[in-house]
Ligand binder design. Structure first.
Ligand SMILES: Nc1nc2c(c(=O)[nH]1)N[C@H]1C(S)=C(S)[C@@H](COP(=O)(O)O)O[C@H]1N2
Ligand SMILES: [Mo]
Length: 314
């Protein structure tokens, strides 16, 4: 069996056992979607052979239109209205782009985006995205598994979390230049190491087969499809490997409403509204569908939370 995963290049002491078990199961069920990678360098081979179960290239549901995906957005650096990002993000300078990798990494540094992505195979993944506000979309992303990207920078055994930071550039991000910002800047997010290296977790560089539009988080954004949308941080300029759970923006803003985990969960309501159902953008204002546990990705992720009180760890 030639299939291997980038995480298997990391000593097993660095990964939680649950992550490994999940990974082995995913490897065994991975049949389709694997790219012939013999000609690629070693780091790229790990990425290309990351398990891509065939059902991750479709949800079986209609895609949300490109128009809706790129015009109804949350990107508070450009304003809090849904149409603000599409109106104001166009002027964001996304090249050159540097990502600082620091903390508990064997290969820290200031990486040019090209350098960070070099050799990694870009895959298409069609994921549901469920915003904590109660709306959802189905989006065809293009990106690399975060696990493959992390393998390049060599997490140290003590690294238990991955922290992310969005660009701060008030000259191009108008809401960073106001006296009463809706959030403290920079926008920050984080994942546990097993979540970060889960095969579903993507670093997106495109959607609908094109380079990522600025309003969707160009040039590099996280996509964590089983968590509420606010975990999927946009326009990332820093990745820090840490031993302790990093602070996250919405949790800091309203700790009783937004937790660190933020797993989609129809049975744990937001203090101010139900999370049992959602409005699929493009399907009309009154039509609602049931929200799925882990946004429908339980087979891939539920084992990471075995034994955890999900109402307590919201
Ligand atoms: N830096 C940054 N990242 C962010 C946000 C933000 O305001 N700033 N909003 C989040 C929220 S609440 C959601 S629902 C998604 C929306 O992603 P989309 O506009 O590409 O659909 O981005 C997330 N990432
Ligand atoms: Mo959101």
């Amino acid at each position: 069996m030639l299939i291997r995963d980038s995480r298997l290049d990391i000593p097993s002491s660095e990964i939680t056992p649950k992550g490994i078990y999940l990974n082995r199961r995913a490897l065994m069920t991975a049949g389709a979607g694997l790219i012939a990678a013999a000609a690629l360098p070693r780091s790229a081979r790990a990425a290309a052979l990351n398990p891509v179960p065939s059902d991750l290239t479709t949800t079986g549901e209609a895609l949300t239109s490109k128009e809706d995906v790129t015009s109804y957005n949350n990107f508070y650096e450009f304003g809090t209205g849904k149409s603000d990002p599409a109106r104001h993000a166009g002027s964001l300078t996304t090249a050159p782009w540097t990502v600082k990798v620091d903390g508990l990494a064997g290969k820290p540094g200031d990486y040019a985006l090209d350098e960070l992505m070099r050799g990694l195979a870009v895959e298409e993944r069609v994921y549901r995205m469920r915003c904590v506000e109660g709306w959802s979309m189905v989006i065809p992303w293009a990106g690399v598994p975060l696990a493959a990207l992390l393998a390049k920078v060599e997490p140290q055994p003590s690294a238990k979390y991955v922290a992310f930071e969005t660009l701060v550039r008030p000259s191009e991000m108008p809401e960073q230049d106001t006296s009463w910002p809706p959030l403290p800047w920079p926008y920050v997010e984080g994942l546990r190491m097993d979540e970060a290296t889960n095969p579903l977790t993507l670093m997106a560089v495109g959607l609908y087969g094109e380079t990522l539009p600025n309003q969707n988080g160009a040039p590099l954004r996280l996509v964590v499809p089983w968590k509420y949308g606010f975990k999927s941080i946009k326009s990332i300029v820093r990745i820090t490997l840490t031993e302790t759970q990093p602070p996250t923006s919405w949790n800091q803003q309203a700790p009783s409403e937004y937790g660190f985990y933020a797993n989609v969960n129809p049975s744990v309501d937001h203090p101010r509204w139900s999370q049992a159902s959602e409005r699929r953008i493009g399907e009309g204002l009154t039509s609602r569908r049931d929200t799925l546990m882990f946004n429908g990705y339980g087979d891939f992720v539920a084992s990471m939370y075995a034994g955890m009180d999900l109402a307590q760890n919201y």
